[in-house]
Design a protein around this ligand. Structure first.
Ligand SMILES: [Zn+2]
Length: 252
């Protein structure tokens, strides 16, 4: 089992370097007792970065996935380095911070966009996907005209007047009765999820999520919008990209 160290609170998403112990070595991969690497899930891509052995050998982390309770860090390294790994040894991890921080910005912006489209047009988000190129948000039906412009203005406002972002653990019964659960109702939470990890953007949104997010909406920065695209089944895709900004100093 791998402890998801980025998960318990918002500041944990700002940790870039950490030490952890090898617990298993499946072919081409390393399992650690804990990790700050985000594994692919919930529309957010996996982190990249490096793992380094105590004798200074470097492994490139090329993908990170969940396998039951374990996190697999798929690695690339010379064969001698791979052969030198042993269960029980310690590794130093370092996350590609620029890539991760972009995902945190996109993810937080996506929450705001989904929340505003629900508040303004009653449209729920069916699926959201982030990548280095930007975010896509698939809505359950067609968009009233002008919605993207209005939501783009809403996003600009919360970036210009930053609001804090927090993680809270909410008992399942309390969450099911929460008025905010309506906006995320299209993606049913598995019955066993209790408590629910909710991401709260002050005065803007409350949503269950296991991803990584920025601590303040000011960190999202300027967005560029693409025209909405109708999808074959009556749904609509809206998409945006974020301008490149220098990421803040991570927690070491
Ligand atoms: Zn999220």
């Amino acid at each position: 089992m791998t402890e998801l160290a980025y998960l318990p609170d918002l500041p944990s998403a700002y940790v870039r370097t950490f030490r952890a112990r090898i617990t298993a070595l499946p072919p081409g991969a390393v399992v650690l007792d804990r990790t700050y690497f985000y594994p692919t899930g919930g529309g957010q891509p996996a982190d990249r970065g490096t793992l380094q052995s105590e004798d200074g050998r470097r492994l490139e982390v090329v993908d990170v996935t969940k396998s039951g309770p374990a996190v697999l860090h798929r690695v690339r390294a010379d064969p001698a380095t791979l052969r030198g790994l042993a269960v029980g040894a310690m590794l130093d991890g370092e996350i590609d911070w620029e890539r991760r921080h972009l995902h945190m910005r996109l993810h937080t912006a996506q929450h705001l966009v989904s929340a505003r489209l629900f508040a303004r047009a009653g449209l729920r988000t069916r699926r959201a996907q982030l990548s280095g190129a930007g975010a896509t948000v698939d809505l359950e039906s067609a968009l009233p005209s002008g919605s993207v412009e209005t939501v783009a203005e809403d996003l600009r406002e919360v970036v210009a007047s930053p609001r804090p972002v927090k993680i809270r653990l909410v008992p399942r019964a309390e969450w099911d009765a929460h008025p905010a659960s309506a906006r995320s109702g299209l993606v049913p939470l598995p019955a066993q999820v209790d408590p629910v990890r909710v991401v709260e953007i002050e005065a803007s949104d409350v949503c269950p999520c296991g991803g990584t997010h920025v601590r303040s909406t000011g960190e999202i920065g300027p967005a560029r919008w693409l025209p909405p695209v109708p999808l074959p089944d009556g749904a609509t895709r809206v998409a945006f990209t974020l301008e490149r900004v220098a990421p803040p100093t991570p927690t070491e």
